[in-house]
Design a protein around this ligand. Structure first.
Ligand code: ATP
Length: 235
């Protein structure tokens, strides 16, 4: 479904990705793990068109999307939930959800999906008239998910969905991701919390200073001593 081949990207003189290769099949949930500054967020930004790569190709459903504008990529069904949620604080919960359905592809089943979001997150229904900015961190993460659902993604890019959330809310995050997958959505998940990521995903890639150094099934990575030493067993 998605293939990155030999992708490189930089910010001015700072090289963030150096010949990255990555593949995701339809319906898979794949984790991208790595330490701070490894290039995880940049990888997602290259896929969603927020960062233009200076080498390599990105293919989605067999077609090149390298260098396309973010709104063209959204129309193809790739939805990016950035780190730090980025909901609209001055819009109500309901308006935030509406914004998620702005693209043409999302218009048709808007109402049905909004009901589905409210069913999955009753909290959002209770607070639908409240300003986004007045929600707790966990509720804002749910709203960010709800907004992504409204966009009817084929491929969902999640950047650190568990960041700063209490363990009980993290469980809800995992449940929401499972809900997307059950609906046939393919997921690429970036997480500092490698254990969580590899529990949610069935396969993973390890990214170090802009290149993939290791990949395997979640089971293989969870048992790998190098992964254990660098990313697991300590928080
Ligand atoms: P984190 O988990 O800390 O967000 P990350 O793995 O997502 O890390 P990136 O955010 O992709 O890493 O950053 C990769 C490299 O690019 C880092 O060295 C970072 O300092 C640099 N970088 C990221 N964004 C910018 C920017 N807007 N301008 C300049 N350098 C940047």
């Amino acid at each position: 479904m998605l293939r990155l081949s030999n992708v490189s990207a930089s910010y001015g003189q700072v090289s963030a990705l150096k010949g990255l290769d990555l593949f995701i099949g339809a319906g898979e949930a794949v984790a991208l793990i790595g330490s701070n500054g490894a290039g995880k967020s940049t990888t997602l930004k290259v896929i969603s068109g927020l960062v233009r790569p200076n080498g390599g190709t990105v293919e989605f459903l067999g077609e090149p999307i390298t260098g396309m504008r973010p709104e063209q990529i959204v129309e193809r069904g790739i939805i990016h939930v950035p780190e730090g949620r980025r909901i609209f604080p001055k819009l109500s919960v309901e308006q935030n959800l509406e914004v998620g359905a702005y693209s043409q592809r999302a218009q048709s089943r808007k109402r049905t999906i909004r009901d589905e979001v409210y069913q999955l997150f009753p909290r959002l229904h209770e607070r639908r008239r409240q300003m986004g900015g007045s929600l707790s961190g966990g509720e804002q993460q749910m709203l960010a998910f709800g907004r992504a659902m409204m966009a009817q993604p084929q491929l969902l890019l999640l950047d650190e969905p568990s960041l700063g959330l209490a363990p009980i809310i993290v469980e809800e995050v995992a449940r929401a991701i499972a809900h997307f997958r059950a609906g046939g959505v393919t997921v690429l998940l970036v997480e500092q919390n490698a254990e969580l990521a590899l529990t949610i995903a069935s396969r993973g890639y390890v990214l170090e200073t802009g290149t993939i150094t290791l990949s395997g099934t979640s089971g293989q990575l969870l048992e790998n001593p190098e992964v254990w030493a660098s990313y697991l067993g300590h928080e």
